[in-house]
Design a binder for this molecule. Sequence first.
Ligand code: HXC
Length: 510
Amino acid sequence: MKNILKKLETMRKTALAAGGEKRVEAQHKKGKLTARERLEVLLDENSFEEWDMFVEHRCQDFGMASNKIPGDGIITGYGTINGRQVFVFSQDFTVFGGSLSEAHAEKVAKILDKAMQVGAPVIGLNDSGGARIQEGVESLAGYATIFQRNVLASGVIPQLSVIMGPCAGGAVYSPAMTDFIFMVKNTSYMYVTGPNVVKTVTHETVTHEDLGGAFIHTHKSGVADLAFENDIETLLQVRRFFDFLPLSNREAPPHKKTSHNPDRIDFSLDRLVPQNPSKGYDMKDLITKIVDEGDFFELQPDFASNIIIGFGRMEGETIGFVANQPLILAGCLDINASRKAARFVRFCDCFNIPLVTFVDVPGFLPGMTQEEGGIIKHGSKLLFAFAEATVPKVTIITRKAYGGAYDVMSSKHLRGDVNFAWPSAEIAVMGPRGAVEILFKKDLKNKKIINTYTQEYIEKFANPFVAASRGYIDDIIMPHTTRMRLCRTLKLLKNKIIENPRKKHDNIPL
Ligand code: HXC
């Protein structure tokens, strides 16, 4: 017994020492925490229960038979974040560069399996040189076993990837299939082929950062949701984000106590929409003014900023917000905005999170680039996502709701449960001037006629009354009452049940 205890202690010590002092120092020099330090920041104090600390690789080649470190470059287990269960893995770059062996993959697969069974999210901290080069095909098989589980777990438990170092090659596809990706600025990157391969194939010279750094993925590709300055800030934001999420699709989202009165009135909202219909205003002002504590967790703020997505709470309950942003591209829907919002709507629907949609949309962005890029297919993603969603859906039209975009943005016709309009709402096929210029093409030179008809069109359609008279709008509400009306409506809808027809799965236009 004594011998066993001694051996246990030695093995634990070896595992805890990870790749040794020098490599830990190198990790710190890059501004990165070690895999264990990261878990300490991420999880509640003393909550971490580690599994598989003694797992070792089985590779016999290239001197690996005598080169084994317990844990094999990844720390796995479960713990809590603000008291709620979560499974975690943290790749250890100081051990074989955090590279993925067959055994390393089995550890990840084990926690994914258990997380699905018990209903707890998985957070993966990625910092890895990719497939364990000494192993070859076993490590490729390992990736695939993880991919398969990522897919099965999708929609069952929330999955969150944090990229805290290299993530290259096929390894990127596991994070890509998880629900959210957070990155660390300057120290993390994701790409399918690295700078050397790019140079050989396309003769382009690029840095890791330019090819797959946090800036690229949060501004241009939209692959990542958010990026933060360093490991600690990133992990603390993950903790904050986690509090918005339900543990699984079997649970309601968490409730967080608030001191904010649901009946709170905000008269400044009556002045939010400018008199001039072509002037922009910040839709985020509206969201932060109506959510509990003004706490809005925005996702992808720098990608397709013409649409806003993120979580806030109303009377303590998590709500998914989707909103056109009139400050960017006048709030038009385009390819990226549709993709961004559609995926978010589907996440909310998977995990029983009600949706509140704020609409100020002049239509789909016109142009060759959009048509060539497939706006028809991509735009329909958002339409599809709203239409299939069965969670409570509340929509408020603040100003423009023109054309197809009116239909798309959680309209009554896509089973919007309760649809409100502010008095400033304009619900029409298109803007008055554009409409008159089409209808009276022959009279374009006669300004008087055009102005008269434009005025007539404004009076007829640039208001919420026509839609309200058809029942497409349930009520016209004063902006200052928005929080109160939303809180009441969401309470009403809390136990809403509707079901889609039975099917294996749908076929969203990908
Ligand atoms: C085994 C690896 C490794 C790997 C790094 N190491 N990557 N060991 N397999 N894939 C080891 C190094 O040998 C080194 O060991 C230690 O980790 C740190 O690596 P360095 O190169 O010193 O670190 P750094 O200079 O920071 O460079 C990091 C790096 C580089 C850019 C990630 O290590 C690198 O290019 N690695 C190979 C990346 C790669 O090509 N992976 C395969 C991709 S294909 P010592 O003992 O010296 O500390 C792939 C396919 C997946 O992943 C397919 C899925 C379907």
